[in-house]
Design a protein around this ligand. Sequence first.
Ligand SMILES: [Zn+2]
Length: 53
Amino acid sequence: MIKEQNQEDKDENDKNDICEECLDNHESVFQNLILNGYKICKFCKTSKTIFPI
Ligand SMILES: [Zn+2]
């Protein structure tokens, strides 16, 4: 039971690490989600900052 619960937590964390722009999995995605509210990785965030749409 405990092992299954941990597996679910891990899956949830993995989802939060997926960038909405490039769909890549990076730990910076979750950090940006907390700091800015955007689920994007630091690479996409940098490119958006340099080249704003
Ligand atoms: Zn990205």
